[in-house]
Design a protein around this ligand. Structure first.
Ligand SMILES: Cc1cc2nc3c(=O)[nH]c(=O)nc-3n(C[C@H](O)[C@H](O)[C@H](O)COP(=O)(O)OP(=O)(O)OC[C@H]3O[C@@H](n4cnc5c(N)ncnc54)[C@H](O)[C@@H]3O)c2cc1C
Length: 533
């Protein structure tokens, strides 16, 4: 067993990330947002920590005492700080509510188990007392995956898995490592690096999200073209449910019936708590190189991406294409945003990680395809710029919210043949719902058969920014469903996508999920209101 070298520092309670990295919005950008989008400073400043309104804690004291008997007194917390920090996730509506001082969805207590057996015992106890349980990883859900429906329950606890943070074992023959779910991604990478290994999972939430959250929400990282999605990495897992424990996955592939891993991957805490993960690992790359290519249009760039995804042999590790608007905004420095030309084309970033020989080989192959598809090589600068800023955008979101702009992202995926239709449908829906927002898009997860579209929207806040975004999100969801996309490629379902997910899987699909839920969690305590239609 190896434990992390770096402690998991708490995240900013009302926004994203490390408070020390908060980014002020430069004055020229604020002026430009006012001019282009009509952004005005919000009427009221954000609430301070002391102003946050918390509902009284509802958990019966004997239940709290019994939980403390399982995990230890010091690992049950019902103080304001713990409750506020475990309220909801980090979507823009979550942040808007927090900035307004609304912690009405706070759990009554936070329980931190230290082992699988403690998780299992806590679940049994909560089932007996009808206490809802929200498994809590990094708290970075952007789809309402951390808000339990209270009605019918004696209380709500957040089951924070931060103490399950060990590297249990490394099987370097099979290239499988067993890791606990509460490890944040950088901690897991540090532990694996000591063995010369990596997971290669780098989502934008990398700094704070955990391995358990990645599996439970089917996450996909920025290097998914090379390393695959997180669910592809899961060779096996241990899951605690109110009915007992499951050990799943004993071979790389199996024909022994349906793959039960798939029941828990993407289950968002509604079926059980993942307490251990056996993950495929890779050798840490000796070389990392990222470079830029320019395409005249998004359509041309998309065709190039498809050719790369469908070619024989390994694709680039990172593959990312911005549409015209995202390219224009990304190329512009904060001070000359207004002067950026409209003919910037579309930026494609291709990145390669591996041994020097492997990188050189894949780079040459990709370059041949990209040149043939009409790409112009821009060299390493755009790639390096992307790599340096790859985790910084969420910090900017806080500054934009403070300035009176709403910025939010949403994503979907479909087959290549349908991609242009889906792109147009979502853009039109957002433009129609918000008037004149800035709508940017990129493709960053590709497969032989299709790809994901990731939209970023910036708009001036109205007096009711929550209602404004809810209407836009509804319109986008409808457009996604109608245009044949999936409601989520990697953020998951949570509460926010439940309706659209129900439409996607149909009545019988919903029945299957309810059947599984009833078997594993008869009292319905696990994340009620999340995922299951
Ligand atoms: C700024 C930002 C950028 C993001 N970028 C990306 C991205 O690039 N790619 C991507 O895929 N996602 C991204 N996300 C979404 C989010 O980071 C992922 O959904 C991630 O997988 C959540 O991990 P977490 O540890 O924070 O889980 P949490 O948010 O704590 O939990 C997510 C869900 O899983 C459940 N859960 C957590 N741990 C367990 C467990 N051990 N067992 C059972 N259920 C569990 C929770 O109850 C919840 O329903 C981003 C989010 C933010 C805020």
């Amino acid at each position: 067993m190896e434990t992390p070298l770096t402690p998991a520092e708490p995240m900013l309670w009302s926004g994203w990330g490390d408070p020390a990295k908060a980014a002020e919005l430069p004055a020229p950008v604020r002026d430009l947002l006012a001019e282009l989008l009509g952004v005005r400073a919000p009427a009221a400043p954000a609430a301070t920590f002391g102003e946050v309104r918390l509902p009284p804690a509802a958990l019966p004291p004997p239940v709290l005492a019994a939980l403390a008997a399982i995990v230890g007194d010091e690992h049950v917390r019902a103080d304001d700080d713990a409750r506020i920090r475990h309220t909801r996730g980090k979507s823009t509506p979550d942040l808007l509510l927090m900035r307004a001082g609304d912690a009405s969805d706070a759990p009554d207590a936070v329980v931190l188990p230290g082992s699988h057996d403690e998780v299992a015992a806590a679940l049994r106890l909560c089932a007996e007392h009808r206490v809802a349980v929200v498994p809590f990883g990094g708290g970075t859900s952007v789809v309402g995956g951390l808000v339990a429906a209270r009605p019918g329950f004696a209380g709500v606890v957040a089951l924070d898995l931060a103490r399950l943070n060990r590297l249990v074992s490394v099987d370097s023959v099979s290239m499988v490592a067993e890791l606990e779910p509460g490890l944040r991604a950088p901690q897991a990478e540090q532990l694996l690096a000591a063995h010369g290994l990596t997971l290669g999972h780098f989502p934008q939430s990398y700094e704070y999200a955990t391995l358990g959250g990645f599996a439970a929400a089917r996450s996909s990282g920025q290097a998914s073209a090379g390393y695959g999605r997180f669910d592809d990495m899961v060779a096996g897992m241990t899951v605690a449910t109110p009915r007992g424990t499951l050990e799943i996955g004993r071979a790389p592939r199996s024909a022994a019936g349906p793959d039960l891993r798939q029941v828990f991957l993407g289950s968002e805490g509604a079926f059980g708590v993942i307490t251990s993960l056996r993950l495929r690992v890779r050798r840490a790359p000796a070389v990392r190189t990222y470079e830029g290519w320019r395409f005249a249009t998004f359509a041309e760039g998309t065709a190039a991406m498809r050719r790369l995804a469908q070619q024989e042999g390994p694709p680039p590790t990172v593959l990312r294409l911005s549409d015209e608007t995202e390219t224009m905004v990304g190329l512009a420095k904060p001070t000359d945003l207004g002067a950026a030309g409209r003919d910037s084309g579309c930026l494609l970033v291709a990145g390669f990680e591996g041994s020097p020989g492997d990188v050189a080989y894949r780079r040459d192959r990709a370059a041949a395809v990209l040149v043939e598809a009409g790409g112009v090589h821009l060299g390493p600068e755009p790639g390096d710029k992307w790599a340096q800023g790859r985790f910084s955008a969420p910090y900017l979101r806080d500054s934009l919210l403070a300035a009176g702009a709403t910025v939010e992202t949403l994503e979907t995926a479909c087959f290549w043949s349908n991609l242009p239709r889906l792109y147009d449908a979502v853009r039109l829906a957002l433009l129609g719902a918000l008037g004149s927002p800035l709508v940017m898009c990129h493709i960053s997860h590709v497969y032989a058969t299709g790809a994901s579209l990731y939209f970023t929207v910036v708009t001036a806040q109205t007096g009711d920014p929550l209602g404004q975004w809810a209407a836009a999100k509804r319109a986008a969801n409808e457009a996604i469903v109608q245009a044949g996309g999936t409601i989520s490629h990697h953020h998951g379902v949570g509460r926010d996508h439940r309706e659209a997910y129900a439409a996607e899987i149909g009545d019988l699909g919903g029945e299957i999920l309810r059947g599984i839920k009833e078997r594993l969690d008869p009292a319905g305590i696990l994340n009620p209101g999340v995922l299951i239609p």
